[in-house]
Design a protein around this ligand. Structure first.
Ligand code: PMV
Length: 337
């Protein structure tokens, strides 16, 4: 099934012939997976092999301004969109712009015209910090505003997923669970907010490298699913971890949360290391920081980490330990406080 069939199905009751607003702006937060999404069962629709669970970093994310430039151009696959990132025009041949234009094309069958997309992202792009998730979620929210669709959170989550899988978890803020779903068309694969709050839970970003990743998460996932002998074990671990995480979040059990989050991230990286050829997002400094965290934990500091498709680490700790954590990691970027 093609992604365009899904957008048309969701928008079948909406006329796109008229644009009520010339411009719309929306913000979407970065989300950090506590239980990771790693592997697609359908790569056109970004349908996951497993469910996943994340927490949003409410102040970090993407602010996207969408301007409808011209309704007279006759195009269904328009390459004349203008894509700007952090106030710099990106050539339409670059992957970043191409992905956005392809996403906009999914909404274009019923009207002609081009957009200017201005995205401001306050974290490094393509360094495993989930900037694309925030970007596609903000773009989806901006489209919804521009056209006045008033879509449900579920529909917005499904649409954002078509841009980037984990973007479906950036439509709302808080603890978010993305249900795997079983349907072929993915209409039951969307993210929803879990009804929990945890004020004391803090997250900091430990920047190890701002360089773009060597292999995209899309390619890395494909290779892992196809070649890793550990993949079936990973699917079982996710089921187990999701239960533990919900329990930890509901009871504010930080130790259970930290242990589960860390084990989940390491298991995901183990599946990649066992792929052929091996995929390795660790840098020597990543390992050094992990060992420092483990050593600090032995001294009694309640500090855990998670790592996505890049060398950078996200540290999890409680508000009461913030001063201690900052003393050991002075360069830590405060992401959730
Ligand atoms: O949605 P993508 O294609 O950027 O993949 C995200 C993959 C991880 O960040 C490693 C895990 C996750 O669940 O966010």
């Amino acid at each position: 099934m093609q992604a365009i069939e899904i957008t048309q199905q969701i928008l079948k009751n909406y006329s796109m012939a008229c644009v009520p607003n010339a411009m719309a702006t929306a913000f979407a937060p970065v989300n950090i997976a506590l239980c990771k999404y790693w592997g697609k069962r359908d790569s056109n629709l970004n349908l996951p092999m497993t469910s996943s669970l994340s927490i949003s970093l409410d102040k970090l994310g993407a602010l996207t301004q969408l301007t409808y430039l011209n309704s007279n151009l006759n195009s269904k696959n328009n390459n004349s969109d203008e894509i700007h990132l952090n106030q710099t025009r990106i050539a339409n041949t670059e992957v970043f712009a191409e992905r956005i234009i392809n996403f906009l094309n999914l909404f274009r069958p019923n009207f002609s015209g081009v957009f200017r997309v201005d995205t401001k992202i306050n974290i490094p792009v393509s360094a495993g910090l989930a900037s694309s998730a925030a970007g596609f979620a903000a773009l989806t929210l901006a489209l919804n505003k521009l056209f006045g669709w008033n879509l449900s959170v579920r529909a917005l989550s499904i649409l954002a997923r078509l841009g980037s899988g984990s973007a479906c978890r950036s439509i709302e803020k808080g603890f978010i669970k993305w249900e795997r779903g079983t349907r072929k068309d993915g209409m039951d694969s969307f993210a929803h907010k879990l009804n929990y709050a945890w004020e004391e839970l803090q997250i900091g970003l430990l920047m190890i490298s701002k360089a773009p990743k060597a292999i995209s998460s899309r390619d890395a996932m494909k290779k892992t699913v196809e070649t890793s002998i550990l993949y079936t074990a990973w699917e079982k671990q996710v089921d187990h971890d999701l239960g533990l995480l919900e329990q930890a979040i509901a009871h504010h059990d930080f130790r259970l949360l930290g242990e589960t989050v860390e084990a989940n991230a390491l298991a995901m990286h183990a599946t990649m290391l066992s792929a052929r050829e091996a995929i390795c997002y660790f840098q020597p400094e990543t390992i050094a920081c992990i060992q420092k965290i483990w050593a600090l934990r032995k001294t009694g500091l309640n500090l855990y980490f998670t790592q996505d498709a890049g060398p950078n680490l996200k540290l999890l700790f409680l508000k009461k330990d913030k001063a201690d954590v900052l003393m050991h990691f002075p360069g830590l970027i405060k992401a959730r406080e």
